[in-house]
Design a protein around this ligand. Sequence first.
Ligand code: FAD
Ligand code: UDP
Length: 366
Amino acid sequence: MKKYDYLIVGAGLFGAVFAYEANKRGKSCLVIDKRDHIAGNIYCENIEGINVHKYGAHIFHTSNKEVWNYVNQFAEFNNYINSPVASYKDELYNLPFNMNTFSKMWNIKTPKEAKEIIEKQKASLNIGEPKNLEEQALSLVGTDIYEKLIKGYTEKQWGRDCTELPSFIIKRLPLRFIYDNNYFNDRYQGIPIGGYTAIVEKMLEGCDVKLNTDYFRFIQDNPDVAAKTVYTGMIDEYFDFKLGHLEYRTVRFETEILDEENYQGNAVVNYTDREVPYTRIIEHKHFEFGTQPKTVISKEYSSEWKPGIEPYYPINDEKNGSLFEQYRALADKEENVIFGGRLGNYKYYDMDKVIEAALECVEKEL
Ligand code: FAD
Ligand code: UDP
């Protein structure tokens, strides 16, 4: 087999950005992926003319102008603004937590009224510096919103009590005292017209790509295939789990094609009560303002990861954090291997952060 400058393990966003930049600088790259398609978790499949986000809803958002300009080289983005709706029993609320949510919850109109209610609910709890997600959420939005919109959803999503989860998870969501349902605070937002897979396809032009190829088998047969490796799989798997398993959450999607034009009137509806077994329903066409006669929906179920299924979310709590640090110490000693991406760095990265990290890595390396 030809000898390459880089073997890139994983045709997801991190691997693809690295491959594109390396190729641009005259380096030869072989990109392998164990799946039967490129693009990792941002892969879209066309069903009934609709780009279906196979591994979960992906909305591109960033405050980094460089990253925004960078990704716009590969696609034009539409003007989609994510505004999920939360369904709690028979009540509907706007997300993120903003004046529309407060007004519906408490039948009030002004920011002053909303703040007074939250302050009153908080005062009775006596929370100092929040030590976990529950305390963080209660001190931000009070008991009503915590009980109806956060507790059930978070415990379904993470399979853990809110007191066992780090507070940063809830700080991802904006809290606003204006009537504004934009889920993100970022300056730039949208969905690539034509879907995400086409972006990765463009990034990988000029590189050799081998699908259905697992690194661990491939490297046994081809130990000298490249001078260096960029590895974006699970860091603990790379070391054969020798220090123990890092924990992940996984998600499972039940996707249905429905013979109707518009099922739920919004791309994302979160089900925040414990009784409904799924966390959210995605209606994919609304990401691109689709007018197809049919619609495709995916119910998202969250569960603990087990070997053999796809890992999705790293669980960035203390226990896993310290195990990851031990793996990272091993990774630092690994000559000629760069660990990157969501699984290689065991980080709850959004796409813009993955691009940032890959570009930083290129800067250092090349
Ligand atoms: P991946 O996309 O996971 O790519 C890694 C690739 O490596 C995979 O294709 C895998 O098959 C391959 N691989 C692993 N091990 C091996 C091996 N041994 N041999 C060969 N190949 C291997 N971000 C946002 O910005 N906005 C969102 O709205 C958003 N929504 C999300 C929703 C969900 C449900 C999830 C899970 C994530 C979401 N993200 C979102 C985050 C986003 O998916 C990631 O930031 C991004 O896809 C990570 O890219 P990556 O290349 O690091 O990883
Ligand atoms: N969250 C919640 N209720 C919701 C939506 C989100 O409590 O209706 C919490 C939950 O803990 C989740 C976190 O906010 O893990 C971050 O939400 P986000 O939508 O960013 O999660 P992701 O899109 O990464 O799954």
